[in-house]
Design a protein around this ligand. Structure first.
Ligand SMILES: C[S@@+](CC[C@H](N)C(=O)[O-])C[C@H]1O[C@@H](n2cnc3c(N)ncnc32)[C@H](O)[C@@H]1O
Length: 222
């Protein structure tokens, strides 16, 4: 296993994983866990894979860490016991699938959740808001496109990061990214505006509502 070449999206996840017992769901080759263990950033790592081929790859790649690592074959959080891990990561899938995985075993979701969806993070922000998690940090990483990475932390009450922001705009584009005036987000929102303006059905009320939100985001970012 080459431990030195994590893509920037996985490098960000690695830097945000807190010390403790960590499970990576959909671990594939287990590069993320391998690096976490190699750098002693976690006490123990559990790779979870639904498919046998990547599961066996993870098993092989984690062998050298002996009792500090395990690979388990199974769907989402099913192979975990409640309270067994301090944190989980889910990377490289669609946000909708990630939400399904989190909802399927709510009792097994630990206090720290780090996600890197391949598409819009909006469903994950909505999941967090409905399940008493706050957005601790979020960023856009450079890759084939700008992959979002989000760190959720279980916390009581309303998430203060949304205070004073238009909720729908913030859930869609990211409260921290808007507050920081993130340049990658600005680029994305400008492209969204052009895309919406060029739609044949631009006068459709839903497209108009989308355009309004995009323009609101642009006002915050510029
Ligand atoms: C595109 S790969 C991403 C691999 C790695 N996490 C990354 O970001 O580079 C998605 C992996 O998740 C696994 N997977 C998909 N759905 C899963 C589920 N419900 N439970 C566990 N693993 C799953 C797939 O087998 C595949 O290996």
């Amino acid at each position: 296993m080459n431990l030195k070449t994590l893509e920037s999206r996985l490098q960000t996840v690695l830097e945000w994983v807190p010390y403790g017992i960590h499970a990576d769901i959909g671990a594939d080759h287990a590069y993320l866990l391998g690096n976490l263990l190699d750098q002693n950033r976690i006490a123990k790592g559990i790779a979870i894979e639904k498919n046998r081929e990547p599961f066996e790859l993870a098993l092989r790649n984690l062998q050298k860490f002996q009792d500090r690592a395990e690979a388990r074959l199974g769907d989402g959080l099913t192979p975990l016991k409640a309270g067994e891990v301090d944190s989980i990561s889910i990377c490289g899938m669609g946000a909708g699938l990630m939400v399904k995985i989190l909802q399927a075993h709510a009792e097994k979701v630990p206090d720290q959740v780090i996600v890197q969806p391949n598409d819009s993070a909006e469903p994950l922000r909505r999941w967090a808001m409905q399940n008493m998690f706050h957005v601790k940090q979020e960023t856009l990483t450079v890759g084939f496109w700008h992959y979002p990475v989000l760190h959720f932390q279980r916390a009581p009450g309303e998430d203060p990061v949304y205070q004073g922001l238009n909720l729908e705009v913030a859930l869609r584009f990211g409260p921290w990214l808007l507050r920081r005036k993130d340049p990658f987000l600005l680029d994305y929102v400008q492209k969204q505006k052009k895309r919406l303006q060029n739609l044949a059905n631009v006068s459709n009320p839903r497209v108009q509502q989308d355009l309004e939100r995009v323009e609101m985001a642009l006002r915050m970012l510029q």
